[in-house]
Structure formats: structure tokens, C-alpha cells
Design a protein around this ligand. Sequence first.
Ligand code: SAH
Ligand code: SF4
Ligand code: F3S
Length: 462
Amino acid sequence: MADELEKQKEYINMLEDLLYLRAGEKKPKAFVHTYGCQQNVADSEKIKGMLIQMGCELTEEKEDADIILFNTCAVREHAEDRVYGNVGALKALKKKKPSLIIGLCGCMMEQEQVVQKIYKSFPYVSLVFGTHVIHKFPELLYRTVTAGKRTVERGFDDGQIYEGLPIHRDGSFKGWLPIMYGCDNFCTYCIVPHVRGRERSRRPETVLAEAKEMVQAGYKDITLLGQNVNSYGKWLDGDTDFADLLKGVADIDGDFWVRFMTSHPKDASKKLIDIMAENPKICNHLHLPFQSGSSNVLSRMNRRYTREKYLEIANYAKSKIPDLSLTSDVIVGFPGETYEEFQETLSLIREVKFTSLFTFIYSPRTGTPAAKYDDPITHAEKAKWMDELLRTQEKIAAERCAGMVGNKYRVLVEEQAREGVLNARTQNNIVVEIKADTELIGTFQNVEITEARNWILRGKLL
Ligand code: SAH
Ligand code: SF4
Ligand code: F3S
């Protein structure tokens, strides 16, 4: 593995000159756009790290770029369509600048039918690589540049984790820290295990060392990432589980918050909740996707928990952690779902009172079991169900926000929302608008909530 990374270093060195010349004896510019989840964002940060080592400068303007890379997501059809649309729009740029290198990577590229479509429809895409070969990006780019023909590498899941790749983090005070890769759960609707490979965990000492570096570099909000963080460590020797790892990160000296996603309800333990409750640095935010409120639908989704089991862990967390914010993912219109079963989803939403929800209409994914299930409900009908769900959740969120007026919170000031107004975030992941100077971005402050407009909160600095 070390040999492999050494080899890639050599490609990086060779590319430094090649790309410089190709850009007309100028520092080459690279544009990287990320579709999809935080896992993809974290991968893009590695790709950017490698590009910088090759002497590139990152740009936000496609028009200026010598290299354009899209890191793609395959989770729903809509995500894929956006990629196709945006790749189509690059044709004109390539015509204007024939030396432009256009590359596609990420989850979509691990699907045979997608790669074929790209091959046929987008002849100006000259580099395609999947999630399993990110560490080989320098070599693949070198092949593209020197061979003058298209390079495609999908690789296979070798079960390895390539530690030691450079990272260029997008944020300077909020950062992602992957603790594991892949997924073994095979929910029947989901493409992720097919494009990300088998679950594997990074060693606890490696994660802790990286967390420590981040804290020392001034990171204030660190999110531990994995598709199912609760099964962290399953294949490692040693007995560190996710709760232990989380506690280990929180025990690092310094003033920072740590959060995590995603928790799978089947593996969420009371031990984890207890550790969250005991530790002030662990955010009182739990993203616990339930997907459906019907045990029958959950079983057909292969989620391996029931409505009752979900409610038990959610209620335990609520009882142990005051001010806990629960958020979730939910799928509307799973194949064969009846209106009555959908009503069970609504009743679960009313019962748990989530802070916010990520809501998706079911999207069939080639190669997953559910794509072959009977799906008699039309998309238009599912969209109506979705409206009903959104109205239910909006009411809950508005009530919750109204109840927060007068409360005081510690917040992390994150970004400018508009002239004179900044967005700050509470530990439990609620955004508060405050009037303050941009100098406060990246610092912890105390605010009092003064106003709630539906689900937008305003506050004042204390
Ligand atoms: N590992 C995480 C989810 C990753 S995908 C988990 O298990 O919770 C993010 C979300 O996308 C899922 O929680 C699910 O709600 C949604 N999703 C995944 N596949 C989908 C599909 N085929 N159609 C619609 N939504 C889907
Ligand atoms: Fe997909 Fe299920 Fe794995 Fe989440 S746990 S990534 S929904 S297969
Ligand atoms: Fe999308 Fe891949 Fe994440 S499919 S949701 S980017 S793991």
C-alpha cells in the first residue's frame, strides 16, 4: 500500500511540469464540483489535495479551468440527471479550449451502464474513475494527459483504506472526518453498497490522530462520517466501538464540538446515547433515518428494525438528552407502499417531532432488488403524499421554533446570510440569524432567540 502511494507521488511530480506546460506555462487551474453526500465531499477534499500537490490552483469558475472534475452521486435519478445536464453543458467550453481536461468520478462511475452512456454521449469526457481508485487519480490523470486518449478505471473493491493521501479541506473551522467507508446493509432501494463496496473502518488511533490535528488547526465543528457509524469497528481487531471512538474524540483537549452521521437505527446503542448525554462536546443532535413508519415497508426495505424498535431508541435518546434535536431521512412511495402505510409514516413524524427531515420520493436504482418490485402508485400520486408529509413537518418545525423564543444558546457563527446578517448554528443543528460583524465567522458566541418566523429563527448576540 505504501508502495502504491509512493508510485502515485512520482506521477504527481511528473504532472507538475506537464500540467504547467499544458496551461501555457502558467499555474494550472482546477475546478472540482461535488454532487452527493458528505462522503463525496470528503473524497473531493482528497482529490483537491492531490491537485494542489500537482501545482494546481483551485477555481470556482469553470470558464477559467484547465481541469474540470465532477464527483458524482448515484443515489437518486435526479442526482444523475443533474450530472448529465451539467456535463452536456461543458461541450462548448471544450470547443473553446481543446486542452481542457474533463473528468468524472464518484459513485455514478461505479455503474457499468452509466460509464457506457458517458462513453457514447460525451466524447469530450477524457477521464472516468470510480470510488475505489481515488488514490490512483495522479496515475490516471497522467495517462489521460500523455496518451491523448480516454482513460477509464472503475477498479474493484480491494477492501483497503489508503491512508496518507493529502487533504485540502473546504472549510477552515467546520470539517469532515471519515471514520469508515462503504456499506454492508443492502437496503433494497439503495445503490450505495453497490458503488461504495464493503464496509471497512479506519483504525481508531488514525482517526484520533486526525481529529487532534484538526482541533490543533482550529477546527471547531468536526463531523465523523460513515454510512452507518454505529457499526464502526466491526472488522477491526480490538474492541473499540463507535461510542468509544466518539468519546475518544470528545476527550481531545480544546474548545470544539463533535457530531456524526449517519446512525442506523438497527445498530444505535443505548451506550452511544449515554455517552452523548454525558459529554458536553458531543452535539445533542442525532440524525437517525427511519425511512418509513410502517414495519411492513421497513421489512421490505431490509432495514432490519421495526417501527417499535425505532421509537424505543428515539424515545430513549429524547429522555436522556435534554434539548436533543432529532433529524431523519424518509422515503415516500416505496414500491408497493399503500396510502395506509404512508399514514404510519405521518403518525411517526407527529409522534417523534423531528427538527427537520430530508424527504425523498422513491427513485428506482438499476441493480437493486426494489427496482424489480411492483410499483403501482403513480409519481403524481406520490408527489401528493409528499406534499402532505411536508405540510405536517412544517407545522411541527414552526411549533418547535416558536417554543425556542427567549432561550439562550451557544452557537458557532458560520457564514454570511446576506448584508449585515450572519447564520449561526446551535449544537443541535438549528440555524439562527444574527446581526453581527463578519469577523465573528468561525467563533463560538452566545445568543438569545428573539423571534421565530415559521422555521427561521432570529437571535441577538449576548
Ligand atoms: N447510510 C445512510 C443513508 C445514505 S443515502 C442511511 O442508511 O441512513 C441518504 C438517503 O437517501 C437515505 O437515507 C434514503 O432516505 C435516501 N435514498 C437512498 N436510496 C434512495 C432511493 N433509491 N430513492 C429515494 N431515496 C433514496
Ligand atoms: Fe444505503 Fe442502507 Fe447502506 Fe444507508 S444503510 S447507505 S440506506 S444500504
Ligand atoms: Fe451519493 Fe455516493 Fe453519497 S451515491 S449519497 S455520493 S455515497
